[in-house]
Design a protein around this ligand. Sequence first.
Ligand code: F3S
Length: 387
Amino acid sequence: MLVGEEGYAIQKSMQILVALGEIFGADRMIPVSSVQVAGVSYYNLGDAGLEYLENLAGKGARTRVMTTLNPAGMDLENWRELGIDENFARNQTRVIGAFVRMGITPSCTCTPYLVGNKPAFREHVAWSESSAVTYANSVLGAMTNREGGPSALAAALTGRTPCFGMHLDENRTARVRVKVNTQLNSVPDFGALGYAVGKRIGADVPIFDGITHTDLEQLKSLCASIATYGGTSLFHIRGITPNPTQIPEERFFVTEKEIKEAYDALNDEASEVDFVAVGCPHCTVEELEKIANLLDRKKVTREFWICTARQTMQLAEKHGYAQKIRAAGAKFACDTCMAVAPLKGRFNILATDSAKACYYGRGTNDFKTRMGTLEDCVRAAVTGRWS
Ligand code: F3S
């Protein structure tokens, strides 16, 4: 591959992987069974990224393993309803076309594990979306580094990744013990935990002690926020997550005080909101059911985006949840999200149930943010007020 016997795209890809492996001291390449590619939104890629992808696709680049995509900059079907302009849509469609020509499934979701790309325990994969990487490592027990867009694509085209970091057992053991001395009840509570702990430990691998139960939605929220505010792509929860680990001596406590401080830090002063967005990471069908029930016989008065994978939305249609959500005036934002769509300047104050969405709402779009439960978000979408 490296000497070019398999063509230009493979050679370029292997050069990227070899360079990465040399930087991080890998001693070999290993096969991967699936890839998840980020860097899909034209908002972030721009013309240079689009050209790079079309060039690769034109030179015959084809994937060797199952490869799925992170969210794009728009709903690939209902972009007009979300206020996306024609020019952006044309370029975003070209980006997706290039990926599809390379053999990539345009699933456009940060929850690939909900829609068919779900690696098994100890399976080596090359994923790039940070919340999905953390979910794969921590909850599924798969093994992946946090790939950049180009290195994930290179892994997709070669079926290989350099063996370092999270592919090695010695880097997957806990380094710090976090004793959780408070009740965590909701999805944003787990987002607040990820904020508090991520800020404190950075990229260290933690083990949480004292969490007695979680659900999928809470775990995906924790994965998103701990990776965003810290940098780790793996955590353990004693008695819940599947990876073996040593229990370190060093520990610190998270109490009600730290969780409250996290909420305070993520909530700006604002009593009214003009944009409500949930589904960061993308909503599960259970969350869609809950939203449908909360919206029953109500009408929203604010732009309300429900970000989810298209397949998850289709499942919600079969159950009748999607129809209730649309009847209330809320909008599905399939294939995309509040962070990668071109939203700057359109809204001022975002209400969400996601700590990660607060980070990107502020950083990318200059929004003020309010974070609360799904119930708080639906109430804000209906009344326009945050109380
Ligand atoms: Fe997913 Fe977008 Fe959040 S990619 S994790 S919904 S920032």
